[in-house]
Design a protein around this ligand. Structure first.
Ligand code: ADP
Ligand code: MG
Length: 467
């Protein structure tokens, strides 16, 4: 069942329940007020009757009284009217009596007797009668006025008033219900529509069209969901591009050393055929270099898998950080000179020994210094080492293109290279985007931290190791 159908069913059930409760309460209240009105009316009749009786007691000519009586008896529910004097003798009586069996019995529950009279129901020849009497003190003595009402007719009248007011109530209720149903359709469309759009978008993106986005039509939670969904799709696209870049860079990185090795060995073979052994050592050196690059790359990949499986451990020993940095700087002198860069190493004061894994720290330094040389096209790369309270700090500053501020944390992610998708940034040349990821992990394993900053003048990478 779709979410729209569920919503429609839910709201319709709610509407029906509310209508039923409203109808019940209306009927109940209406019936109470109709009974109260009827009771008031009957009491009024009784009081008027008593006035007539008072007037007529002692008056010899009762003809005018009978006129009043006839008027009373015109009311269909009044069956009999009578007056009796203080001695209990009925001195005037009139009745309209056409007995018929009532279709069903009525009970007067809400009727309360007037203070100086009685108010009781009884059955006369199978007809349910409400006998009301009222004693009143007149000028010439106490008289009692009596009126018999047909309860069946009273109830019939009450029923018809209830039916009349109910008819208009139910018309209004039906209109309200119809408006509620129309509102339900609109609400469910408004709620379920965007959800269906997002579902459709998820299907399209899942089928591989990563450029598809959900239009953000509102500022409510559904609009927020659509915006978050689009952000997720953006990230997915970014990761997809990264993956593509990574695969192409891996292919490139693997292909060039392998091609180099192949070419060199071909040449060695040809030279060997010609017995020109004098040029062989140069090619062997080239093979060696290409194999080393290949090995470095494979080592990085293995390192990452060791980090991820938590199997990478350190061999901590006291060591001289200054010597290690010096060694790493020297390893890049030739490369820097080839690029026309000034590479300098500045030591600030006495540097005490630290506890560290020499090979791992060399790996980190070589990557950070190597990056600085690799990504700087002109100017210089300066490496500083200094002692701070509790820390030894190595700072590598270059004069290359500044890393955009929002990329400063990204570059420590696995496989992340800024060149991905941005042509204006100097190409990352050879690289896998693994160096800084591994470096950060290794430095943190030593209890230290690595930070990157960029400014108009270039970039600075700082490595802090606990002393
Ligand atoms: N000194 C630097 N100057 C400019 N960009 C840098 C520098 N160091 C690192 N980066 C950026 O950070 C990315 C990640 O570096 P790294 O993890 O060492 O990978 P790789 O060197 O294999 O590209 C690089 O691809 C480069 O875009
Ligand atoms: Mg690197």
């Amino acid at each position: 069942m779709s979410i729209r159908t569920k919503l429609i069913l839910f709201i319709l059930t709610l509407l029906t329940a509310i209508s039923a409760v409203t109808a019940f309460l209306f009927q109940h209240n209406e019936w109470s007020s109709i009974s109260a009105n009827s009771q008031r009316k009957n009491l009024q009749i009784l009081l008027s009757m008593s006035e007539v009786c008072k007037e007529m007691y002692r008056t010899p000519d009762k003809s005018s009284a009978y006129k009043y009586f006839k008027e009373f008896l015109k009311a269909p529910e009044i069956i009999k009217v009578s007056c009796s004097g203080p001695d209990g003798r009925v001195f005037m009586e009139d009745r309209y009596y056409s007995p018929y069996p009532p279709p069903f019995r009525y009970y007067f529950k809400n009727f309360s007797p007037p203070n100086t009279g009685t108010w009781e129901t009884c059955s006369d020849n199978g007809v349910e009668i409400l006998k009301a009497s009222f004693r009143a003190r007149g000028r010439t003595g106490e008289i009692t006025a009596r009126v018999d009402f047909s309860t069946q007719l009273i109830y019939q009248e009450m029923d018809s008033s209830l039916r009349q007011s109910s008819a208009s109530f139910f018309i209004i209720l039906s209109i309200a219900f119809a408006i509620g149903c129309a509102g339900t359709l609109i609400i469910t469309r408004v709620i379920a529509g965007p959800i269906q759009t997002i579902e459709e978008a998820a299907r399209i993106i899942g089928s591989g069209q990563l450029d598809h986005r959900v239009p953000i039509a509102s500022k409510d939670e559904l609009g927020g969901l659509a915006a978050e969904f689009n952000k997720m799709a953006d990230k997915l696209k970014e990761y997809d591009e990264m993956k593509r870049d990574f695969v192409s860079s891996i292919t490139h990185d693997l292909r060039s050393p392998v091609t180099g090795i192949e070419l060199c060995s071909d040449i060695i073979l040809k030279l060997a055929e010609k017995r020109d052994s004098a040029r062989i050592p140069e090619q062997v050196f080239s093979i060696n270099e290409h194999s080393q690059r290949l090995k470095r790359f494979i080592d990085s990949m293995l390192e990452v898998s060791r980090i991820e499986s938590g199997k990478l451990t350190l061999d901590l020993k006291p060591m001289n950080l200054e010597n290690l940095v010096d060694r790493a700087v020297r390893a890049f002198r030739t490369y820097a000179a080839q690029k026309g860069l000034k590479l300098e190493f500045i030591v600030a004061g006495e540097i005490p020994d630290v506890r560290g894994d020499q090979d791992r720290l060399y790996q980190v330094l070589a990557n950070v210094i190597g990056n600085a040389v690799k990504f700087t096209d002109s100017g210089s790369v300066s490496v500083f080492i200094e002692t701070l309270p509790g820390w030894q700090k190595v700072r590598v500053c270059d004069t290359g293109a500044p890393i955009p501020a929002h990329e400063l944390t990204n570059i420590f992610s696995k496989f992340y290279r800024i060149s991905s998708g941005r042509r204006e940034y100097p190409s990352a040349r050879q690289g896998t985007g693994l160096g800084l990821f591994i470096a950060k992990y290794l430095i943190e394993l030593h209890g230290g931290r690595i930070e990157a900053e960029s400014g108009a003048g270039g970039n600075t990478f700082s490595i802090f190791l606990p002393s």
